[in-house]
Design a protein around this ligand. Structure first.
Ligand SMILES: [Zn+2]
Ligand SMILES: [Zn+2]
Length: 454
């Protein structure tokens, strides 16, 4: 049975209507999305419609076999000019200066109407950044349901070994052939599911920030992220077993959360403290203190731990806040290393201190407001048990502190404890970690959450 195809993304023109959920005007996504067995037909039709006669196809050794070779042959039969930009790597390709320059040189030499990228995270980042610098548009042909960045307008690059994000342009179209996605390595699908499960804790953090700091929250965008999460947690085993329908649902969910981020104009709807933990592990890996691990796998492990902290936060939501005394400690410096003094971490410290000073005296709010906040957070936590079972399907037990999940992942109690204590130094965004820290409860909860359980 062929899976139902899924189309979205052709939203109304920007600036014409206020959102019924929050009253703001969200930028409309202009990305056309087709996920299904007919995706490549739709891609050819798109090229016809937009008169793209000459395209550069960006790929690597794996994605050549997965789809790029077939796609290029097929495009050649439509009398298009196809120029290939092939990275020879099978593993270890990074979105760095060198790869960007290679792609830019290919684009400059060819002078195409646009680019097509056949690949997942890294190749999309390289192409997104290179086309942006060359003022070209591109279409994405995903090869795995492994991450939520296909619709993104942000290029996550690794320059000088450090992760840096640049604004670039989102693809004009995403055309995902579900047979290609289903043929991807199973572990890549599990990373995608891991990234999607993190949307549950991201949503809770967003609502919590609305309650405590008054940050604008949009229920329409939140629902656009929550609905695919709900669908994907119904049968995680089937999805991980690689059935096309499940993979199609996952791919659609990941793309939908990417589009939701584009609508929100930030990653807030899809990224909270679970992502900050993942950034913290990236930092430790950069310092040589642990191995690099796939993004979605890290997010899954972090989500398991954050779920517990969010339920703890809900239990004592009414506890008053104070500006944490003596925030910067030698312990913190030891984990953050040189970055403890970096501009980024300093900026985060400053912004968080301002947040606390402004909002600590106002928390808890009057009883009716507190009850309202609690009710909304409880409703956001209703899906937590399903997220837990999906984490279990990924081989991650609920305490998040295991050493061996579906894929080897080292996380000793000491590192997990430090992660929960200091991950909120990674980004200025308010999360449950900030609430617990200003309630004076974070250190204890980090320790008990990280304790190995029998
Ligand atoms: Zn809205
Ligand atoms: Zn993510």
């Amino acid at each position: 049975m062929s899976p139902a195809s899924w189309r979205a993304g052709v939203a109304p023109a920007p600036g014409d209507r206020a959102c019924p959920g929050c009253g703001q005007v969200h930028p409309a996504a202009r990305t056309e999305v087709v996920i299904g067995a007919e995706a490549l037909d739709a891609l050819v039709a798109w090229l016809d419609e937009h008169a793209w006669e000459h395209v550069v196809v960006v790929s690597d050794a794996n994605t050549d076999e997965a789809v790029a070779d077939t796609l290029s042959r097929r495009l050649a039969t439509t009398r298009r000019r196809v120029t290939r930009c092939r990275f020879p790597e099978r593993a270890g390709l990074a979105a760095d200066e060198e790869a960007t320059e290679t792609a830019r040189a290919a684009l400059r030499a060819a002078g195409p109407d646009g680019a097509l990228v056949a690949g997942s995270g890294t190749l999309n980042d390289i192409t997104r950044f290179a086309t942006h610098l060359e003022s070209l548009d591109y279409l994405s042909v995903p090869t795995a349901a492994s991450m939520d960045g296909y619709a993104s307008s942000v290029a996550a690059m690794q320059f000088d070994g450090l992760k840096v994000s640049f604004s670039a342009r989102a693809p004009l179209g995403i055309f995902a052939d579900t047979r290609v996605l289903a043929a991807a390595p199973a572990e890549m699908t599990s990373w995608g599911l891991g990234d999607l499960l993190g949307k549950a804790t991201a949503r809770f953090d967003w609502l919590l920030s609305e309650a405590v700091t008054g940050e604008p929250y949009c229920p329409v965008i939140a629902e656009a992220v929550a609905a695919p999460l709900e669908r994907c947690t119904r049968d995680p085993e089937g999805l991980l077993a690689g059935d096309e329908e499940g993979i199609s649902t996952l791919a659609a969910g990941l793309v939908e959360s990417g589009l939701a981020m584009a609508m929100a104009g930030s990653s807030r709807p899809a990224s909270g403290s679970e992502h900050h933990c993942s950034h913290f592990w990236d930092l430790l890996a950069h310092r040589g203190l642990r191995g690099h691990a796939p993004h979605g796998l890290q997010v899954a492990h972090a989500t398991a731990a954050i779920l517990r902290l969010q339920l703890d936060a809900l239990d004592r939501l009414e506890a008053g806040l104070s500006v944490p005394p003596g925030r910067r400690s030698t312990e913190e410096d030891r984990w953050l290393g040189e970055s403890a003094d970096s501009e980024q971490v300093e900026k985060v410290r400053r912004e968080k201190a301002e947040l606390w000073e402004a909002y600590a005296p106002r928390w808890p709010p009057p009883p009716s407001e507190l009850a309202d906040a609690r009710r909304r957070l409880e409703s956001a936590s209703e899906g937590f048990p399903r997220v837990r079972s999906a984490l279990r399907a990924l081989g991650i037990p609920p305490d998040g502190s295991d050493r061996l999940g579906l894929q080897p992942f080292e996380l000793d109690p000491e590192t997990l404890e430090a992660t929960l204590r200091f991950a909120n130094r990674m980004r200025p965004r308010f999360s449950v970690l900030d609430l617990l820290e200003s309630q004076g409860r974070l250190d204890t909860l980090a320790r008990t959450t990280a304790e190995p359980r029998g």
